[in-house]
Design a protein around this ligand. Structure first.
Ligand SMILES: NC(=O)c1ccc[n+]([C@@H]2O[C@H](COP(=O)([O-])OP(=O)(O)OC[C@H]3O[C@@H](n4cnc5c(N)ncnc54)[C@H](OP(=O)(O)O)[C@@H]3O)[C@@H](O)[C@H]2O)c1
Length: 361
């Protein structure tokens, strides 16, 4: 089949659209090929005199949305924040590096009680934990027993971008802060109960101020070293907060891998409340304690009335007013123990009977 031959004449060009500053050529025309050549060439498109980048982009964008496209000018200004390269670099900054053995590497600064307990728990969860210490030699045995490797600050901080700061907060400003830049810093510190005021700026926010390029995350402060070392028996919830959502997600993932339950508490400002949680003594037990105490007092009043008062009054009537003070000796032995037993049975009944007694219909 002969595919050569006279070329069909180009369709007639529509009249150019005059938009004031810019004249747009609509639809295909004789200059179509030239326009696309211009689009794919490295040369920037020609901007009419007197037209700024902004007016050009906005005019072209409105023309594009109305169906008219001038090649090379039809898209809004390119926003580098959403480029693939910047997204990949963000993910790279927040992903925990893996060592040669394939385990993810976490650096823990400090070799105290909390650092060793967390090291043991992370090692159990198959993390490669590197403890950064001021004096690696003297702490080596303790850290190795917990399953970690000990190094100097300079060596350890090259190994991972996830760093747990497990040293008392008053010493944080003496750390080599420039080596912490751009890392995810997990602040586990708690506040001094005597100075705690939820209105004050949190220690985590102070740390963020000290290292502005870091992604500071508050986590783990509600767990004690004892709880971490011996396995969590009480609540497994670990509140996590940070201004950086990606860093928060990374730390939540670490918390989850330790068989704990991360609770996303939003921005770093909430660390003001989190730093006060370990200082609150049994916050949710208050009501239960009051009820138990009331039941115990009632039980004690009953036993006291029966064994010390009733018996004595009866005795006094029968023996012409003599009062048996010796019956008071049994208060500690009889009244207190019986009151405790009565309280226990009553509380057990209060807990279990509502689930056992059928509801009448
Ligand atoms: N203990 C807990 O149950 C618990 C619970 C929740 C949160 N926390 C928090 O965890 C952090 C550590 O508590 P901890 O009980 O593990 O304390 P710790 O037993 O006293 O240990 C603190 C470690 O910090 C390092 N350190 C001490 N002084 C330092 C200084 N001047 N400069 C730099 N590093 C110093 C030392 O490690 P090197 O000698 O190896 O450098 C030391 O072993 C605190 O912020 C605390 O609030 C503790």
């Amino acid at each position: 089949m002969d595919i050569t031959g006279p070329r069909a004449p180009p369709p007639p060009s529509p009249a150019p659209l005059d938009l004031g500053d810019v004249t747009l050529q609509l639809g295909p025309g004789d200059n179509e090929g030239a326009a696309y050549d211009n689009f794919f060439s490295k040369e920037p498109p020609v901007i009419p005199a007197g037209v700024t980048e902004d007016t050009r982009a906005s005019t072209a964008y409105s023309a594009a949305t109305s169906g008219a496209i001038t090649p090379g000018t039809a898209f809004p200004a390119y926003d580098t924040r959403f480029s693939l390269a910047s997204t990949l670099s963000l993910i790279n900054d927040c992903s925990i590096p893996t060592g040669v053995d394939g385990r993810r590497v976490v650096v823990v600064m400090g070799s105290g009680d909390f650092a060793c307990a967390l090291t043991a728990r992370l090692s159990e969860a198959n993390y490669n934990v590197i403890v950064a210490s001021r004096d690696p030699q003297s702490r080596r045995q303790r850290v190795i027993a917990a399953g970690g490797t000990i190094m100097t600050y300079a060596e350890a901080l090259q190994k991972s971008n996830l760093v747990v700061i497990a040293i008392p907060f008053q010493h944080v400003s003496s750390l080599p802060l420039d080596t912490l830049s751009n890392k995810i810093l997990v602040d586990v510190s708690n506040r001094d109960p005597k100075k705690y005021d939820p209105a004050d700026r949190s220690q985590a926010e102070h740390l963020q101020n000290l290292v502005p390029s870091a992604r500071v995350v508050k986590a783990f402060n509600v767990l004690s070293a004892y709880t971490l070392a011996r396995g969590t028996r009480g609540s497994k919830e670990v509140p996590v907060c940070s201004d950086d959502a990606l860093a928060r997600a990374v730390v939540c993932d670490v918390v989850r891998s330790l068989d704990l339950v991360p609770v996303d508490r939003g921005p770093l400002r909430n660390a003001r409340l989190l730093e006060g949680i370990p200082l609150t003594f049994f916050p949710e037990w208050k009501f239960a304690l009051i009820i138990s105490l009331i039941i115990w007092i009632i039980a004690f009043a009953i036993t006291f009335f029966k064994w010390q008062l009733c018996d004595n009054f009866r005795n006094a009537q029968e023996t012409n007013g003599s009062f048996n003070w010796r019956s008071f000796d049994g208060i500690a032995k009889n009244d207190v123990s019986v009151s405790c037993a009565m309280t226990s049975v009553t509380l057990l009944a209060l807990c279990y009977l509502p689930g056992e007694v059928p509801v009448p219909r």
